[in-house]
Design a protein around this ligand. Structure first.
Ligand code: GLN
Length: 193
């Protein structure tokens, strides 16, 4: 059985843990860098990226997670988690931890469409389109050579990307009843996707 840790310092970590447990995956909360040692993968949840990064720096997560990412730990960031993982933001804050070769813009959909839901085709997920919930969501502006796009908006902007064992989604699979994205991440963590 895999153990997928969920960074539990701010944001909707509880929802991620519930989906993981529903699909038979152990989902310990990660509140201290030491706890990164006992897990097969890590999820950085949605929330407020400035707060998450600030707390990560206070607890010493920045270097610890960077080291794990470089030594091949599977990591998936959702929404604020995508912002945290980026190499570069078009915004002044926060200072992301820079492990994925993507440039991201926060709150990319403006006030009028603060939140919206659409059905997406996602590479690696079989069956009906995936119902994606966007809440004050970021978008990916640029990707590096090693990054693959897993899902796009109709205007061509990427909203789900993968670089080796690192995944990032602008939307929130933890807020629906569809566990297929979490299953995909578990397969990535097991080396079978
Ligand atoms: N807008 C938030 C940020 O910039 C992200 C929103 C979310 O995670 N739902 O951090």
């Amino acid at each position: 059985m895999s153990r997928i840790g969920v960074l539990a310092i701010q944001g909707d970590f509880l929802e991620h843990r519930q989906v993981l447990e529903r699909i038979g995956t152990e989902a310990p909360e990660v509140r201290k860098p030491k706890q990164l040692d006992g897990i097969d993968g890590l999820i950085i949840p949605g929330g407020e990226s400035t707060t998450i990064v600030q707390l990560m720096d206070i607890y010493g997560f920045r270097e610890a997670i960077r080291e794990k990412a470089h030594s091949g730990m599977p990591i998936w960031g959702t929404c604020a988690g995508m912002i945290v993982l980026a190499n570069k933001l078009t915004d002044h804050r926060p200072d992301p931890i820079k492990v994925m070769d993507i440039e991201v813009s926060r709150n990319a959909f403006g006030r009028q469409v603060d939140s919206f839901e659409i059905d997406l085709d996602i590479k690696g997920i079989e069956g009906p389109r995936f119902h994606a919930v966007f809440i004050r969501a970021p978008v990916v502006n640029k990707i590096g050579k090693a990054v693959k796009v897993l899902a796009l908006l109709e205007d061509g902007r990427p909203v789900a990307v993968r670089q080796g064992k690192l995944l990032a989604t602008a939307f929130h699979p933890e807020l629906t009843n569809d566990a297929r994205f979490h299953e995909l991440f578990v397969r990535v963590a097991k080396g079978s996707a």
